[in-house]
Design a protein around this ligand. Sequence first.
Ligand SMILES: [Zn+2]
Length: 184
Amino acid sequence: MGMFDTITLDPAIRCPECGALETSHQTKEFECLMSYYRIGSVVPSSCHSGIIRDQFWCRACQDADRQAVRPLYLVIWHSVLAAVELDAGEAERKLRETDRLDLIGWLADSQREALRWQGKFRRLMSGLNAWQRHLREKANPEPDCEKSRFWSRSLSLPDEILNAPDPLAEIIKLHSKEPKEDEP
Ligand SMILES: [Zn+2]
């Protein structure tokens, strides 16, 4: 009831009426579980390969009392969302011309994206583990020895985080940034 899925439009689709750019499209053509899809996503559709006629809706046109709804075509190629088009002829061309090279490109994109998120998660977890270790050591200081000094030096958080009013918020802030190109 009232649920939908969202397709991220990249490139954005320009409303032919007013020129406004839409960067996402809400659809009820899949499972309506508030999931996100993009070009190259495997989509849960009863259509294996073909074109689904959906509806494009422009908020700017709606607000200005212009025609806000027009057909939008979802191109499905072997269960993969291959294109989203306003023009039926263009949708047919994309369905005809999509091939395995496109698939390899989408596969590479999705693997890069998975690695990026795994890296973000790993760095966040190591920050949270270091914070937990810091609290544990503060509550139960270990006997001072070479080994414990080594571990606390190599695994501890920087002083600006430890001395911040809310260290946990600082850790989350630090790891919500995108890593630089040369970082793992
Ligand atoms: Zn418009």
